[in-house]
Ligand binder design. Structure first.
Ligand code: HAM
Length: 418
């Protein structure tokens, strides 16, 4: 009989094991604390939605919808693994009658895009999305940027991130600008690559985002949306920048920043780093006032962003800013024999109740005292609590401080791990 080959995870979809899983939890917990400090509440939506929701929200002519979605037929319904969080959240806001009032919400979880995997780019990746519904005022856009500066500071990575910001104005102004841009590009059609020629009719603004160096000059000389702003758009953008200036938050206005998703208007922004090679955008977001009405709900102004969890983790790692996760709060129960295992399990349960912030772990393998102590050492335990037949007979345990070798014999109810 031939041997079964071990299964491997699906391309671009990774396991998360210690210590990376601990780093992941550290990041999520740090964000969770901060966003709750800013008044955002948790909000969870399903991982699968109807395909139409994404094509309508993100836009038919975007890379995500054109070629990156994991879509399948369930009976007669076309369903898709969510490629991002905002569309599902907007759908849930409408469905749960939340397009009235203000709702500050955040969520985290896996997203799925069929992209070519490389460092910082995966087919399953995690985002933390933070969204504010119901407030049209530009200062909210700025407050979310303030929140992010707090986050980078807390994580020790402020020095490695730059804020780029732009405005995509109102729908009308964007439509007028689109015509101007198209006529400029048509005049220079011989300079466009194939992808951009195709985009000329479907999504011309995305041409500005092209990484093709041969088109750099053409893009640089293209008319700028920033030069054709209507009063409302100009005022909105100025008010966002005024808050940033007042809080001394540095930024670069990038007139070619257009984002890869179609639902934005007014403010858009990205935080980028040069520490991660080509996948340097760690966080991105902006305002999307038209989304709820575009997908069939009542109009509701909204603004939000998503932190790319894997890229943020890679950045923290690359500049060596992770805290030490070694657990010097660990007590390790060394249990010798069948009876010791039973008494040990009882004692461990009691100790866990008394010390909920410490880790109490048991060794239930039939291995020698020496082998168990070696494992306790490897796990960097602070204390080893040794129980064998002798100790049970006297209702005592031998508590050894592993850093000094100091040891005392005490009754079970007198064990002090502080
Ligand atoms: P996005 O720019 O598509 O925006 O993604 C946000 C972040 O997710 C990116 O900046 C990046 O860090 C991370 N990311 C995206 N694709 C991948 C991938 N294949 N592998 C690893 N990380 C990735 C959105 O998704 C919007 N929903 C953001 C938003 C929220 N706008 C308003 N509210």
């Amino acid at each position: 009989m031939s041997k079964q080959q071990p299964f491997k995870s699906v391309r671009g979809m990774n396991d998360l094991i210690p210590p990376q899983s601990q780093q992941f939890e550290y990041l999520i917990n740090t964000i969770k604390k901060l966003v709750s400090n800013y008044g955002y509440k948790p909000f969870y939506t399903p991982i699968i939605e109807n395909t139409g929701l994404f094509s309508r929200s993100i836009g038919e002519a975007t890379d995500v919808v054109e070629k990156e979605m994991f879509t399948f037929l369930d009976s007669r319904d076309s369903l898709t693994l969510r490629p991002e969080g905002t569309a599902g959240i907007a759908r849930a806001v409408i469905q749960n009658g939340l397009t009235f009032g203000t709702h500050k919400i955040w969520t985290q979880g896996p997203m799925f895009r069929r992209e070519r995997p490389q460092k910082g780019r995966y087919r399953q990746f995690n985002q933390v999305s933070v969204e504010c519904f119901g407030v049209a005022e530009p200062q909210v856009d700025a407050e979310q940027i303030i929140l992010l500066t707090d986050l980078w500071k807390e994580l020790g990575i402020s020095d490695y991130l730059k804020l780029e910001i732009n405005t995509l104005a109102t729908e009308q102004t964007r439509a007028n600008y689109r015509q101007k841009l198209v006529s400029y590009l048509e005049k220079n059609i011989e300079l466009l690559d194939d992808d951009s020629k195709r985009r000329l009719t479907t999504n011309p603004l995305r041409i500005l985002d092209s990484k093709n160096l041969k088109m750099a000059e053409l893009i640089q000389k293209a008319p700028k949306l920033l030069d054709c702003l209507d009063t409302e758009s100009e005022q909105h953008f100025t008010k966002v920048l005024t808050v940033l200036d007042n809080l001394s938050i540095p930024y670069t206005i990038n007139p070619t920043l257009v984002r890869g998703l179609d639902y934005y208007n007014h403010t858009v922004f990205e935080w980028t780093t040069d520490k991660l090679g080509s996948q340097g955008t760690v966080c991105a977001g902006g305002r999307y006032d038209g989304l709820t009405s575009h997908i069939g709900g009542k109009p509701c102004p909204a603004v939000g962003f998503a932190v790319g969890v894997e890229r943020t983790l890679l950045l923290i790692e690359s500049v060596d800013k992770f805290p030490n996760f070694s657990n010097n709060n660990l007590a390790y129960l060394v249990l010798l024999g069948e009876q010791a295992k039973i008494e040990g399990l009882k004692l461990a349960k009691k100790l866990r109740n008394s010390y909920p912030n410490k880790t109490i772990t048991t060794n239930l393998q039939n291995i020698s005292l020496k082998a168990q102590l070696k494992k306790a050492d490897q796990e960097k335990a602070k204390y080893a609590i040794i129980i064998g037949d002798n100790e049970i007979a006297n209702n005592l345990a031998l508590v050894k401080k592993l850093s000094t070798g100091e040891q005392i014999t005490v009754s079970f109810d007198k064990i002090d791990l502080s």
